[in-house]
Design a protein around this ligand. Structure first.
Ligand code: SF4
Length: 278
């Protein structure tokens, strides 16, 4: 287990906002805002695209991805008030560059503060995305929000052996499946994010569809060098192929037509949809 550092180097590497307006072109561009409670993520998935983003400085400066995080500014309520008080139709994504329920959130409660602040405003749609069972702590606040809320739980495989090779610091798969169930039983709309889809057992999707409302399977426009290296090192080269992922998408869609399978980044945003996409 590696040593986790808060704020590697002194101060913040560059100013970063909690509430980030979205521009055309990104995979989250149908959202009006993303909310980023942290910079960095100590789940440290080896395939993560975030280390390639401009907000993250070089590994030499910040340390290895997964070994550090910065909490956001103290001005959460002010930033949220500034962006939401007059905008009742906002669609929000929490979060695009970090996992808002990563381990430090248990004691810092920053993400919970964000949700509590959001209770004061109406919005059209909020997608909370995480791979952490810690989100169930916040069911009470999520249910008090004033808009359409959906929670996406990232589950790229059902094989612990594959998880340990690709995201060893992330929660166990069984715990994530239980998280989907707990959220759904609480009356929250949930979807599974198979992103990126990794090698998995035959019963993977059959198991998932029982505990969620829909499944989204990712296929990115490009792969990061770190992801390619991980896949090649483990002999998963075929899983970099869009054809393989697309074939699996159609196979699962045919097997579970009522579960609204969505494929590709253009379908990442699709609140209250009931039809399958391609
Ligand atoms: S949980 Fe998400 S943000 Fe964190 S390292 Fe994994 S893919 Fe990246």
């Amino acid at each position: 287990m590696q040593n986790i550092v808060e704020r590697p180097n002194s101060g913040t590497p560059q100013p970063f906002k909690v509430v980030v307006p979205q521009k055309p072109g990104g995979f989250a561009d149908r959202f009006d805002f993303t909310i980023e409670p942290y910079l960095g993520c100590t789940f440290g998935c080896d395939y993560c695209f975030v280390p390639g983003q401009s907000i993250v400085h070089s590994e030499a400066f910040m340390g290895a991805w997964g070994s550090w995080y910065y909490p956001t500014s103290e001005n959460i309520r002010e930033e949220i008030r500034h962006n939401f008080s007059t905008n009742k139709t906002s669609a929000i994504y929490l979060a695009s560059n970090t996992d808002a329920w990563q381990p430090v959130e248990k004691k810092s409660l920053i993400t919970r503060s964000v949700l509590c602040a959001l209770r004061e405003y109406e919005f059209s749609y909020l997608l909370c995305s995480t791979r952490s069972p810690l989100i169930t702590r916040d069911i009470d606040v999520i249910k008090a929000l004033r808009g359409d809320v959906q929670v996406g739980v990232s589950i790229p495989t059902n094989l612990e052996s594959v998880r340990k090779l690709s995201e060893p610091a992330a929660p166990k798969i069984e715990d994530r499946i239980k998280t989907l169930k707990v959220l759904k039983d609480a009356g929250i709309r949930v979807r599974a994010h198979l992103a990126p889809l990794l090698p998995h057992g035959d019963d993977f999707v059959a198991r998932i569809v029982d505990v969620c409302d829909s499944v989204w399977i990712d296929y990115p426009d490009s792969h990061t060098p770190a992801k390619e290296k991980l896949f090649i090192k483990n002999g998963w080269n075929d899983w970099l192929s869009k054809n393989l992922i697309e074939d699996l998408f159609y196979k699962y869609q045919n097997a579970f037509p009522s579960k609204v399978f969505k494929f590709g980044q253009k379908h990442f945003f699709d609140p209250l949809s009931t039809s399958a996409g391609n």
